[in-house]
Structures are given as C-alpha cells and as structure tokens.
Design a protein around this ligand. Structure first.
Ligand code: SAM
Length: 281
C-alpha cells in the first residue's frame, strides 16, 4: 500500500484560486522528474485513470477538482472513495486544473499517487511459474513505455522488467499513454547486471526481438513461460545481451524496411507468445 501524502490537501471547503499557491506550485512541479522525486508523487488525469488506480488498490494522496466538477456524481464518488481511504481533496478554480496538467482541455478531476519501486525480488512466485514476462532494455520514450504497459495488460503478460537506464514510467506522457494500465501491470526495475544474473537462474527461455534474428517471431519456441526481451529504440540490444538469449526472433518486414516502432514490435511479440499457449493466461 502506498503512503499518503507529501503534498498536503487544503481544507475541503476552501477554494484555491491562485496559481502561486504553494500546493498548486508543488502539483505543477510533478511535470518534471525532479518534482516527482521531491514530492514522492505523480499525477493521474481523468476519472477513468483514477478509478482504475483505486480499483487496483492504489491509494491516492490527493484528489483535485473544481467546484463544477464536484457537482458531477462520478467525481463526487471518486472524491468519497479517496477520502474514505485517507486521501485529501483539493478544490481549485477551473482554470488551475489546466495549468497543473499543462493541457488546454483539462480533465475534470486529477489525483496524485506515490510511485511504486519494485525490484526483481518483488515478482510474485506465482507469476514466475507460467505466463509471459517482458523485459525492456533501456526504453527511452515514455509514450512507448506507456503503450507497452497498456498492451501488456491486455495480452497475458505477468510483469514488465525495465532494464538499466529507462525513462520514467510516471511521467505525464507515460501515464497518459498507459491509459490506466500503469496501475494494473506490475513493473520491476533492474540494473543490467541484476537482470542477467537473475535470468541465469531462471527456468524459462529468453526470446529476443532482434534485427539480427533468423527465427520468424511467430514460430519462436515460447513455451508456456517465455521471457521476451526488446531492445532500445535507437541501438537495439547490445551483443552480450543477445548472446545470453536462447532465440533471436525477427518480425518479418518488407525488403529495405528499417525497423518497427518498439511499441508495435512488442505488441507483435507478446501476442505471438500468448497465442503460442492458446491465449491461456
Ligand atoms: N536500430 C535498432 C536495431 O538495430 O535494433 C532498431 C531498434 S527498434 C526501433 C527497437 C526494438 O524493437 C528492437 O531492438 C527490437 O527489439 C524491436 N524490433 C523492431 N523491429 C523489429 C523486427 N523487424 N524484428 C524483431 N525485432 C524488432
């Protein structure tokens, strides 16, 4: 369970109208990694994402809405859920909502949550016994990462491992792209060394999606518990990581094509892995 709350809420009856209010400034700072680290918080925008988070046992530190928003039943319901779990409500002037999320058409409700930092040791043993695990090597684009978490959530993946120097999953862009799957799909952080030594003790094939692959991706021997690994957007996988893989799989492309976008290639790989076990979870 995440801990509430470093960015304190105001008196529920007070309306914040000033952009220079310290709480508004703190919320705006969440756009940057430094601000997220300083406040141990990240922002989720919109009722759907917030509901997804609460449904997956994430505790909101704060729920932020305007007086107009509060008149909507679905917003009031979320506010009640957050407050019942110990979170705080922050009522702000309508125009401040857009300035917090840097959006012209802001959502009617925002919430802050504490990031979760999980390591390989946190992978539940049940998730190690069957199903796909996905590893991303130095993924750098938060839009790709959010999209991959979303696809993984829908495609039988048990967990996503972020290897090495990856982008922040809790950036505005990453959270938006995940469409709520950030709250549903567990992800684990590992250095390259940690990952390689953990993998060495693992009883499952590691199948890389690689431009150097010769095995067509849809015929790779995934079995019932594959570890699928994807390369960095610019440089792919380094040679020493490829050489620790059991199979290098290549997704067919027409002659002369460069490479697929990372999120698209990941979708093809994890669906092939899932299909290979008859779409069983
Ligand atoms: N220049 C990079 C390279 O040579 O790997 C291209 C990186 S690509 C944008 C990002 C990742 O997506 C790759 O490392 C690989 O994991 C996966 N990928 C993209 N297209 C692929 C394909 N046709 N076959 C297998 N993997 C592919």
């Amino acid at each position: 369970m995440t801990k509430p709350d470093k960015i304190a809420g105001n008196n529920p009856t007070e309306l914040i109208t000033s952009a220079t209010n310290p709480q508004i400034k703190a919320l705006k700072s969440l756009e940057r990694k430094k601000g997220r680290r300083e406040h141990n918080a990240f922002l989720a925008e919109g009722a759907r994402l917030i509901e997804e988070a609460l449904d997956h046992d994430w505790q909101a530190q704060q729920i932020i809405c305007s007086p107009n928003g509060l008149e909507r039943d679905y917003v009031q319901e979320l506010v009640d859920r957050v407050e019942a779990a110990g979170g705080r409500r922050l009522v702000v002037h309508e125009r401040l909502l857009g300035s917090i999320a840097r959006k012209d058409n802001p959502q009617t409700v925002l919430a802050t949550f504490s990031p979760r930092h999980r390591s390989l040791a946190d992978i539940p043993s049940d998730d190690l016994t069957s199903g796909t695990l996905l590893a991303l090597y130095q993924v750098r684009d938060p839009g790709n990462l959010g999209t991959i978490l979303r696809t993984s959530d829908f495609a039988g993946v048990k967990g996503v491992i972020l290897i090495g120097d990856c982008c922040d999953p809790y950036s505005f862009e990453g959270v938006r792209a995940s469409m709520g799957s950030l709250f549903a799909m567990p992800f684990y952080l590992a250095s390259e060394d940690e990952f390689l030594s953990w993998k060495a003790g693992l009883d499952r094939p590691m199948i890389a999606a690689s431009m150097n692959g010769t095995t067509p991706h849809h015929t790779a021997p995934y079995g019932d518990k594959p570890l699928v690994i994807m390369g960095n957007e610019q440089s792919g996988l380094p040679d020493h990581v490829e050489s620790s893989c059991d199979v290098l799989a290549r997704i067919p492309m027409r002659e002369g094509a460069d490479s697929l976008n990372l999120a698209n290639a990941t979708a093809l790989m994890i669906y092939a892995a899932w299909g290979a076990r008859g779409y069983e979870l």
